[in-house]
Design a protein around this ligand. Structure first.
Ligand code: SF4
Length: 356
């Protein structure tokens, strides 16, 4: 790495690494802090890894709260073995290792298998935390694949969490992508500001600033996750001119109430994160206890539109089985009635709308 990267590292803080190393990763350690069934947690963690960083652990109050539901292994994870680990068939749409090519103009590059928190609802449970080495020859091979696809204009860095890569590795990957003339947009999907905000160092921000246009989509599922530290991490990114969006997942027992969802979307906008997507939970093995009916998601969406600022209303998305891709799901606001169109407003009142 060159002097530019050395400079990045010189200003970087090691605090986030210390935080990460001090994370809870075993049933014994978790039982020392929370009233869990140690053996039950151990049984789940043998199948789906456990990691909770200390700052996130301190937010957990009871088994009913959103932090517990998202972070603490639950025996229900082992009860849906009939479900597919990859229902949207990402692996089938992977022409080279660690890359998903589903749509004509964009690809997902999975540059990390690690996360600061192993979310119990993760749609990539089959990958995250696994001892799969993503080595740099593989990433270079994936970048070479992208270079050979002239129709690809956007690359989404995902994982795992891409921001668990070292600054210099991120810089190397971003630089390699920027050398491809057809790449217009780079997007990073990360949960880091919610779970390990100390990782958003000045050095990291400096790296990201070099490679715009770059969009960062953050993952928050509950307004209480936007702690002062998380909000400060968002500010560091936004102050650097990096557009921030959010993607949340609709999760039973976490955010499937109207008031909870409204609070989350408003709080995101207040910290300069534009609500972008609300994902309906996929039927992924180990996560189906988080699923809610589509009708409930549509009802929540109806409760957002018109009731809170349009800036705060995300797209409600379902990822179709068998690689069908993501589609928006919308409440029915209109119908044709004889010779006219009848439209329902946000209060549920019907209006006749003049059509041509
Ligand atoms: S941070 Fe993202 S990729 Fe990692 S476990 Fe959570 S949802 Fe999955």
């Amino acid at each position: 790495m060159g002097p530019l990267i050395d400079a990045y590292n010189a200003v970087g803080s090691p605090d986030w690494r210390t935080q990460l190393q001090g994370s809870i990763t075993s049933a014994d350690a978790l039982a020392a802090h929370l009233p869990v069934d140690r053996d039950a947690v151990a049984a789940v963690a043998r199948v789906y890894p456990l990691r909770i960083p200390r700052p996130f652990l301190r937010l957990i109050r009871s088994p009913q709260d959103s932090f517990w539901r998202q972070a603490v292994p639950d025996p229900a994870e082992l009860a849906d073995s009939g479900a597919s680990p990859d229902p949207s068939e990402e692996d089938r749409q992977s022409p080279v290792d660690h890359l998903v090519h589903r749509y004509p103009d964009r690809v997902v590059l999975l540059i990390s298998n690690r996360c600061a928190l192993y979310c119990r609802f993760c749609m990539r449970k089959r990958r995250v935390g696994r001892p799969v080495n993503i080595d740099w020859p593989q990433i270079r091979q994936a970048v070479a694949y992208i270079g050979a696809c002239p129709g690809v204009r956007e690359v989404i860095l995902s994982g795992g969490d891409p921001l668990l890569r070292k600054d210099e590795q991120l810089a190397e990957t971003l630089a390699a992508l920027r050398r491809l003339p057809q790449i217009e947009i780079i997007r990073i999907h990360t949960r880091i500001p919610a779970v390990l905000p100390e990782r958003v160092t000045a050095a990291l921000v400096e790296v990201l600033k070099q490679f715009g246009p770059l969009y960062v989509n953050l993952h928050f599922n509950h307004a209480e996750e936007i702690t002062p530290a998380a909000a400060a991490a968002c500010s560091r990114l936004a102050d650097a001119g990096i557009p921030l969006g959010s993607q949340s997942v609709l999760l039973k027992g976490v955010n499937n109430r109207v008031a909870t969802m409204r609070a989350l979307m408003r709080r995101l906008a207040a910290v300069r994160v534009r609500p972008y997507a609300l994902h309906h939970p996929d039927p992924v093995a180990g996560t189906t206890h988080f699923r809610v009916p589509l009708a409930q998601g549509l009802q929540i969406m109806r409760s957002l539109r018109g009731h809170i600022s349009g800036l705060c209303v995300p797209h409600y998305m379902a990822d179709l089985p068998a690689g069908g891709g993501k589609v928006p799901l919308l409440p029915d606001y209109w119908r044709r009635q004889g010779g006219h169109v009848e439209v329902m407003n946000y209060e549920g009142r019907l209006f006749q709308y003049p059509d041509v």
